[in-house]
Ligand binder design. Structure first.
Ligand code: SF4
Length: 302
């Protein structure tokens, strides 16, 4: 730990604040966080955890979700510029237009979306529970927004059980994997199991042995006897994987796939957040109430 990290931990204790970090955050941020998790677990902890002030080290929609679920808590995002391009690929009007094209189909919205879009949705999901959520919707036709690749993976899994109308959003970071790199890694490490995030496109996904969320990857590596893994998701997951399983080997493409938005939070921002109570994230009550319904339904799914 550096002296700045020690100072942040001491200040958080003094202010009775908790630091939560997404698995894609820089290592130095993960090291000072009491919770390091994926979007689903961060949402659960924000709602049920004992802390009244949460410094959320992630991107804007994660802090919004925390506030929607726990409006009595103070939710701080250390850098207000940390957004998510996928979440910004759909707004309220675009969702209303898409809904009009598929009348009657319920809307399942990935948490990587704005509060206003969640408020217009029937239920939310994360990559950890998207399959179960779509399966659980009592309708053959479903609108899935905004990630077309996560949606296409669910369609593949569910086959003729559902007709999924895919909104054409995507994660620019997860589109940076190159097929030639993946094939080269597989050739170099023939015993490695390839795990892929569902935000990755189908051309890459088809080379994976299993598709899953970040929390599921971390669990999978612990629960299986294999010792080598090729990991196709954002590079931030390298730290928790190697920390948890020092005897196993995890391979990533040479060209590190890193989300520039997830890396916008620096230790200095976290200290400022704790010291000055910035940047407080809230959602207008009429939007929050509707978005709460969609998000809270999501929490019932594992
Ligand atoms: S990794 Fe992709 S989906 Fe996640 S915050 Fe970055 S841009 Fe958004």
């Amino acid at each position: 730990m550096t002296s700045l990290q020690d100072k942040i931990i001491a200040t958080a204790r003094e202010k009775n604040a908790a630091i939560y970090a997404h698995t894609y955050q820089p290592q130095e941020i993960q090291e000072i966080s009491s919770v390091v998790a994926d979007s689903l677990e961060l949402a659960r902890r924000s709602k049920d955890g004992p802390e009244t002030t949460i410094i959320l080290c992630g991107v804007h929609f994660m802090a919004e979700s925390a506030f929607i679920l726990a409006p009595h808590k103070t939710i701080l995002l250390p850098n207000p510029d940390a957004g998510c391009p996928m979440a910004n690929m759909i707004n309220e009007q675009e969702l209303l237009t898409f809904k009009a094209q598929h009348p009657g189909a319920p809307v399942v919205t990935y948490v990587n979306s704005t509060a206003a879009v969640k408020a217009l949705s029937d239920v939310c999901c994360t990559s950890a529970n998207a399959l179960a959520v779509v399966k659980g919707v009592p309708s053959k036709e479903v609108i899935f927004t905004p990630d077309k690749y996560l949606g296409s993976w669910i369609q593949e899994k569910l086959g003729s059980e559902k007709i999924i109308h895919l909104y054409p959003g995507f994660c620019p970071t997860h589109q940076r994997f190159k097929e030639k790199d993946v094939l080269a890694m597989k050739a170099a490490h023939p015993s490695a199991v390839t795990l892929c995030h569902p935000e990755v496109n189908p051309g890459i996904r088809r080379h994976a042995d299993a598709v899953m969320s970040t929390s599921q990857m971390i669990r999978y590596a612990g629960e299986h006897d294999e010792n080598e893994f090729i990991i196709l998701t954002e590079i931030g997951i390298k730290y928790p994987l190697e920390k948890k399983y020092p005897d196993k080997k995890f391979y990533f493409p040479d060209m590190k796939v890193s989300c520039p938005n997830m890396k916008k939070i620096a230790l200095e921002d976290v200290l400022n957040s704790l010291t000055y109570g910035e940047h407080r994230i809230t959602v207008p009550e009429e939007i929050r109430e509707k978005a709460f319904i969609a998000l809270d339904k999501m929490l019932a799914y594992k």
